[in-house]
Ligand binder design. Structure first.
Ligand code: FAD
Length: 108
């Protein structure tokens, strides 16, 4: 399999970028497709132990993808990433700043 760290950085870039361009008012179809995409992504992620843990995290009701708006989805993605950060002993990211990091650029 590819290098787990490089794969992770590239994958988070893709996922947060998708959230950053997500519609502010997504149609019901897009919302459904986005939830399905995240669950399929979790199954196909090419680091098997990572994929298994991420699928288990997603299976908890409270962690179901929140896809009703860009802000909801962006925050949900940030929380998903933080769950992995905590597992790996990394610092948690402040999810109030997800959009600054991934869409609008830092203000300072
Ligand atoms: P990364 O965690 O890759 O983050 C990249 C950048 O995103 C950071 O520099 C920061 O600017 C920003 N960022 C950080 N946290 C957040 C956040 N919460 N919200 C928004 N932006 C943020 N690795 C393993 O070793 N074991 C695993 O089980 C594992 N599971 C993974 C599961 C998934 C679904 C994914 C996508 C990756 C997984 N990884 C796993 C990889 C791991 O998350 C990191 O990508 C990798 O360790 C490299 O870390 P990094 O410190 O370079 O920054």
């Amino acid at each position: 399999p590819p290098d787990v760290e490089q794969l992770g950085r590239s994958s988070w870039t893709l996922l947060h970028s998708i959230a950053a361009q997500y519609p502010q008012r997504p149609s019901p179809t897009i919302q459904r497709e986005t939830s399905t995409f995240m669950r399929t992504f979790a199954k196909l992620y090419p680091c098997w132990t990572c994929a298994e843990d991420f699928q288990n995290w997603l299976a908890v009701d409270a962690n179901a993808p929140r896809v009703s708006s860009r802000d909801e989805f962006g925050r949900w993605m940030c929380e998903a990433h933080n769950a992995v950060n905590v597992k790996l002993g990394k610092e948690k990211f402040n999810c109030d700043r997800w959009e600054e990091r991934w869409r609008t650029g830092w203000k300072d």
